[in-house]
Design a binder for this molecule. Sequence first.
Ligand SMILES: [Zn+2]
Ligand SMILES: [Zn+2]
Length: 137
Amino acid sequence: MRKLTFMNCIQCNKLFRTRPSYVKAGNGKFCSRKCFRIYRISNREKINYACGSRRPMWKGNHVGYKCLHKWINRWYGKADKCDNPNCSHESKRFHWANKTGKYLRDINDWIKLCSSCHAKFDKINIGRSRDWHGRWF
Ligand SMILES: [Zn+2]
Ligand SMILES: [Zn+2]
């Protein structure tokens, strides 16, 4: 079964079809390779500037963490829902949360959570991100 989903191209805003698995893997953001390239080039400067460093500091430290949040907001938008299927919907505020503590520049390492799930997640996540990861995906 080839299920397709509609996505808006980040660059030209055109609606295009892609596979949900691509989207899950962090792809499927652009209608074409051309848009991807244009977007990358036009945003590279800004991203570097925002992060205040030429060196990649994506891992762990505070600067890297802030950078990553900027990066993730830029690429995937602000967190606008909670991906926890057991969410109690107590909170209407959403954040991006890192699943593994590795702070990878990889959408699979991130999840949208409401602030109440985020607090729980941070507690549970210590030392057992894999279980948590496995249960949700
Ligand atoms: Zn496009
Ligand atoms: Zn929630």
